[in-house]
Each structure stands twice: as structure tokens, then as C-alpha cells.
Design a protein around this ligand. Structure first.
Ligand SMILES: O=C(O)CCC(=O)C(=O)O
Ligand SMILES: [Fe+2]
Length: 363
């Protein structure tokens, strides 16, 4: 089996991973095989084929109404971030063509032969490139997923060596979608600043300049979707995530009231979720919710998570406006880089990271 990612050179400073094989290749070589390392312990296995409780749907926010300052929609956003941590955005203003080109670019990349994709492989000490989520122990259950991670904005911090240059339109697709995603993410942060009782630039005033990155996920079909997970349960260590998921193939599940709820794809909608950083800044008012992806027997699935992250040096902690006698400070301060290193240096364990190192006892 061929490994991805062993080359050593200066990387992102976010830690190191053990080498992991490509799942796409594994399935290509033997579609029936499901190696032990991917087989989840019993309680963690997904319910397939009923795909989870579908009696609930996550909130849907109409961005056209939000942009007009519609009170009802603004309140829906507030409740979505408090009770669900997730919502779907419709009427976001991103042209369908931009979304389709983005998805096509990802499909084209994963359609390349392994040797071609390996030209962009993650170095052992860099999260960027083609590979997988960091794997930190031999016992860790692996994701049934290959990914491509790129820092996309601002332009000057891109590592172009990871950008596939043989796919016509790849760079343009990423460029156009990144710009649009930045607008959508900023619009959410503007509204959340107002909801937190600050002026519209309140959050921005705290975190200053941010970075944007993309995690492009490719989930091959699996002969035993009842045994594996596409992505193990985790919360996102960012400010906000925008997820573009396959319109036809569902897979994303979020934990809500101790049940796994399937996020049913809505054509051309963007799924948004509160990340750990926003939960911390809001002193726990807004929730970064655990989620995972499941697979299926027949079809591969593509998704792309666009994440808004602070610069490494930012000290994160509850903002002043969120702390008072009724709501004491729930989290300690930590440098963002230390937080990311901590999360990537441990296997994904739902929300354990934020709870383990930042929660103040008794809060
Ligand atoms: O593919 C999905 O639906 C989830 C992806 C995800 O959670 C991530 O990339 O952080
Ligand atoms: Fe995620």
C-alpha cells in the first residue's frame, strides 16, 4: 500500500502526522476490503441505511432577508447558533456557476492518478496538501476519506507547491469561490457581532486579519458503511466553517440533543457552522457542535469546508462583552497556535478538546 506524506521540510508548525494510505486507492485495489483500522468500535458505528434520525432539520437562514436587517431572520440566526451550531444558508448570492466549478475542480483533482495527486502530498509536518486528517497514534480509527487542504487567503501566504497546476480551471475555481465564501463568512460575523451587542465590526476588531483555508474531502464508497466513518466526530477549530456538500449524496451528521441528525442537502445551499473559536469568544453562548460524516455503498461523496481562522499569535478567550456576574468566564485564554496544535495532536474526540484544556472548572 502506498503512503502519502513522509517528506520532511519546514511545514505549518501545526504538528506532525503518521503517514496514512489513500482510501481511494484502497477501494480501487479491493472494493470489498475494510481494514481493521477503519472499523469503528461498536458505540461509534453509524446507523445505516436509515442514515440517522431525520425527523429534525437544521435551521435555514435566508441571506437576502438577513442582508435587509429582517428581525425575524436575525433572531433565527441567533437561535441557530445557540441551539444547533449549524444552519443552511439560502439566497447567499454566490452564483451557481461558482459553486459548480468549485465542485468540478475537486472532482477533477481526486480523479487524477495517485502519482499525480502525490505530487501535492502533505509533508509529514504540514497540514496543507493532499493527504488526511492528522493521525497521531497507531490505535486511532481512521477516516474513510482523503483530503486536500489549502490555505487560500490572503494570497501572500499561499503555498503554491500544493496547488495542482495541471487541472485547467482549478486555481480560478478556488479563487472565485474563496472570495465569495469570504463575503458570506464576513456577513455572518457582522450579524453575530450585532447579536452579541457590539457594533458590526466587533468580532473583527478582536481577531483582526484572518486567514481562510479549504479542506476538500473525498469519501469513496464503502462496502460496509455500517462499520466506518467518513470523518470521525469532531468540532471545527476555527471561527466559522462554510461547507459546500454534494447536492445528491448526503453524509454530514451533526449531534443534536444526543442524536445524530443528517443534514439533508439543499441544492446550492451552503451549510454554516460555529467553530470552537467563536464559541470561546462568545463565552459559550454560541455552540461549536460535534459533527461527523458517514459513507455509503454506492457513491463517492465530495465536500469542501472553507474555514475562517485567526492568525497563530492571536490570544483567544471570552470577549469582555460576554462576561458578567450572571455569566462568568467559561474558558481560559490560549494562543490560537497552541489550541490548533493541541487539537491536531490528539485524535478527534468530539468536543473533548475545548472542554479538556479551556473550560474553567465549575463554569
Ligand atoms: O463532509 C462533510 O460533510 C463534513 C466535513 C467536515 O466536517 C470538515 O471538513 O471539517
Ligand atoms: Fe468539520
Amino acid at each position: 500500500m502506498e503512503n502519502i506524506g513522509i517528506e520532511e521540510e519546514k511545514g505549518s508548525d501545526w504538528g506532525k502526522s503518521l503517514p496514512v494510505p489513500s482510501v481511494q486507492e484502497l477501494v480501487r485495489n479491493d472494493p470489498q476490503s475494510v481494514p481493521e483500522k477503519y472499523i469503528q468500535h461498536h458505540p461509534d458505528r453509524p446507523l445505516v441505511p436509515d442514515m440517522a434520525s431525520s425527523s429534525f432539520d437544521i435551521p435555514i437562514i435566508d441571506f437576502a432577508l438577513l442582508a435587509k436587517g429582517d428581525e425575524h431572520e436575525t433572531r433565527k440566526l441567533d437561535l441557530a447558533c445557540k441551539h444547533w451550531g449549524f444552519f443552511q444558508i439560502i439566497n447567499h448570492g454566490v452564483a451557481e456557476e461558482v459553486l459548480l466549478k468549485m465542485k468540478a475542480a475537486i472532482a477533477a483533482f481526486f480523479g487524477l492518478p495517485l502519482e499525480e495527486k502525490n505530487k501535492y502530498a502533505q509533508a509529514g509536518n504540514d497540514f496543507q496538501g493532499y493527504g488526511q486528517q492528522y493521525v497521531v497514534s497507531e490505535e486511532q480509527k481512521l477516516d474513510w476519506c482523503d483530503m486536500m487542504f489549502l490555505i487560500t487567503l490572503p494570497h501572500e501566504i499561499r503555498s503554491l507547491k500544493y496547488w495542482p497546476d495541471t487541472i485547467p480551471g482549478f486555481k480560478d475555481a478556488v479563487e472565485s469561490y474563496s472570495k465569495e465564501a469570504r463575503k458570506v463568512a464576513n456577513e455572518i460575523c457582522t450579524n453575530i457581532s450585532l447579536l452579541m451587542g457590539m457594533d458590526k465590526d466587533g468580532l473583527k476588531g478582536f481577531y483582526g486579519k484572518t486567514k481562510q483555508a479549504m479542506r476538500m474531502n473525498y469519501y469513496p464508497p464503502c462496502s460496509r458503511p455500517d462499520l466506518v466513518l467518513g470523518i470521525n466526530p469532531h468540532s471545527d477549530p476555527d471561527i466559522i466553517t462554510l461547507l459546500l456538500q454534494d447536492d445528491e449524496v448526503p453524509g454530514l451528521q451533526i449531534r443534536h440533543k444526543d442524536k445524530w441528525i443528517l443534514v439533508k442537502p439543499i441544492r446550492n445551499a451552503i451549510v454554516a457552522n460555529v467553530g470552537d473559536v467563536l464559541e470561546i469568544l462568545s463565552n459559550g453562548v454560541y455552540k461549536s457542535v460535534e459533527h461527523r460524516a458517514i459513507t455509503n455503498e454506492r457513491e463517492s461523496r465530495i465536500s469542501v469546508a472553507t474555514i475562517k481562522i485567526p492568525y497563530d499569535e492571536l490570544e483567544i478567550g471570552p470577549m469582555e462583552c460576554t462576561v458578567d456576574d450572571d455569566r462568568p468566564r467559561m474558558y481560559r485564554n490560549i494562543k490560537y497556535l497552541d489550541y490548533v496544535r493541541y487539537t491536531l495532536g490528539r485524535k478527534m474526540e468530539g468536543k473533548a478538546h475545548i472542554d479538556n484544556i479551556l473550560k474553567i472548572e465549575g463554569s
